[in-house]
Design a protein around this ligand. Structure first.
Ligand SMILES: [Zn+2]
Length: 488
């Protein structure tokens, strides 16, 4: 299909950060073939022409970290520290079936597309009783609805008590600890084989699917598993994704296990490189910031989740000053409770200011917008994230006749600070229109909502039971949390 969009306000986020007042875009198949002034747009016949005079065009947003099975559980969990929250959220996954993973991924994908995201990294963990834990169902959902996706299969091979700095747990708790560990882990070799067959069965960039390994976190995996995952990614030229240093207790556990920081440990086993993206990267030691920047790896900042779980704030001003690549994510809906990337952009721009006395280092709206677009695309190895000829045709048209853009004083500031996704009119992914007039084009929204509501209704009794059965672990984890919080 060829498509011309003319007379549009173009926010390219290209290398020159060009903004073109009366711009035009040509989509030719899956890629952009022209980006520039309307007056110089190629003539000829197009399958479709869109008058863009009411619109602002931006590259599609890239949500660089979330967990699609969480979408069914938005608003369900009380705020609590990650280690406690996690026992309940992981418990909620246990009764889920393939159709629930499909419904949950559809629900999040719908929210993302309607609020301007065109790509997501789904750090997928589901239910080990379902093939590939349900990741194949999430892929089917995202293809059906038209969202580009990178699915990182979450793997871990250490039991809970080896990964959290608990006091010696009471003998009575051991069955609960083992039960949680069993549902999350597998022997390392089995996981690596699972990853390879997942990739060979589902990886297909032509269908907008990238598959890759996604170790759960450094301290949750043996070195053998981390090295094996890094080797698969390197050999197959794929991204590698994992959580890093999300909480203080993870930092403390890293020191206990390795005698060094989690980031240095990744370096020492050869896993640190430009294809690696590290969700959160909050408890990074000051002396590691240069190492981070030099490695070419990406920190994925998830501001809403970090506030929701009280995890801490990533050292964003230091990262940016040192040249660390930073992308943005929403994280899962159990710690956010939505999937709206404009929310992440606004928070990333604002929340670091009170901690940084040097106002000249405060995050600017253009920086946050670049994190949410080209930096995310770079981290995932995609030729997207900016409006430029040759790039993938992933873009968003926002209405300019909305409160967010009226009056139009500074389009970059207003994109980052005023927009909440409600101005999104048209979304194009891989050259195909998937949202038009603010509504999904490839599926009925009522169907998506109906599937999600039906899933939760069916799941509710099982989830309540699993959550109840997990309560026994909370006091030991709370003790650990307060003890670690007091450590300097
Ligand atoms: Zn996460």
């Amino acid at each position: 299909m060829t498509l011309l969009i003319e007379h549009v306000l173009l926010v390219t986020l290209n290398d020159q950060n060009q903004i073109i007042g009366d711009g035009a875009l040509v989509v030719d198949g899956r890629r952009l073939s022209y980006v520039g002034p309307s007056a110089k747009a190629p003539s000829g016949s197009f399958d479709r022409v869109i008058d863009g005079s009411r619109f602002i065009a931006i590259p599609g947003l890239v949500n660089a970290h979330c967990h699609s099975p969480a979408n069914l559980f938005r608003g369900l969990f009380a705020a609590s520290p990650l280690e406690i929250w996690r026992i309940y959220w992981r418990a909620a996954l246990r009764p889920m079936t393939g159709e629930d993973f499909y419904a949950s991924a559809l629900l999040g994908a719908m929210e993302m597309l309607k609020t301007g995201a065109t790509t997501v990294l789904d750090h997928f963990f589901g239910n080990q009783a379902v093939p590939f834990m349900g990741a194949g169902e999430a892929i089917r959902a995202m293809r059906d609805i038209g969202l580009r996706h990178v699915v990182a299969l979450t793997i871990a091979d250490k039991s809970l008590e080896e990964t959290v700095p608990l006091e010696k747990p009471a003998a009575g708790l051991l069955p609960d600890i083992r039960r949680m560990s069993r549902s999350e882990t597998r022997e390392g070799r089995a996981w690596l084989e699972e990853c390879e067959s997942f990739i060979s069965e589902h990886h297909d960039p032509e269908k907008m699917t990238t598959c890759c390994p996604g170790p759960s976190g450094v301290q949750r995996c043996t070195d053998g598993l981390l090295k094996g995952a890094a080797e698969i990614a390197r050999r197959m030229r794929l991204p590698l994704h994992m959580h890093l240093a999300e909480t203080k207790s993870q930092k403390v556990m890293g020191r206990r296990l390795y005698g060094t920081s989690l980031l240095r440990h990744l370096e020492s086993i050869g896993a640190l490189g430009p294809n690696l993206s590290l969700a959160h990267s909050i408890w990074i030691e000051e002396s590691d910031v240069e190492l981070f920047a030099g490695s070419g790896a990406t920190a994925v900042h998830n501001p809403a989740s970090n506030l929701r779980l009280g995890s801490g704030l990533a050292p964003l001003p230091q990262f940016l000053a040192a040249g660390v690549h930073v992308a943005l994510g929403t994280d899962g809906a159990t710690s956010n409770d939505g999937q709206n990337m404009f929310d992440a952009i606004r928070l990333a721009t604002l929340i670091h200011n009170p901690r940084s006395a040097d106002f000249k280092k405060w995050t600017t709206p253009p920086q946050a917008l670049r994190m949410a677009t080209r930096e995310g695309a770079r981290a995932l190895g995609l030729e997207a994230g900016m409006l430029a000829p040759g790039k993938l045709a992933d873009l968003v048209l926002l209405r300019s006749d909305t409160p967010a853009f009226t009056p139009l004083n500074n389009v970059l500031h207003q994109l980052a600070l005023c927009e909440n996704g409600s101005s999104v009119d048209t979304v194009i992914v891989d050259g195909e229109v998937v949202v038009e007039g603010g509504r999904l084009a490839k599926m009925r929204e009522e169907e998506v909502l109906g599937l999600a509501a039906g899933s939760l209704k069916r799941l509710r009794p099982g989830i309540e039971q699993e959550i109840e059965a997990s309560r026994a672990l909370e006091p030991a984890l709370a003790e650990m949390y307060f003890r670690v919080a007091r450590e300097s």
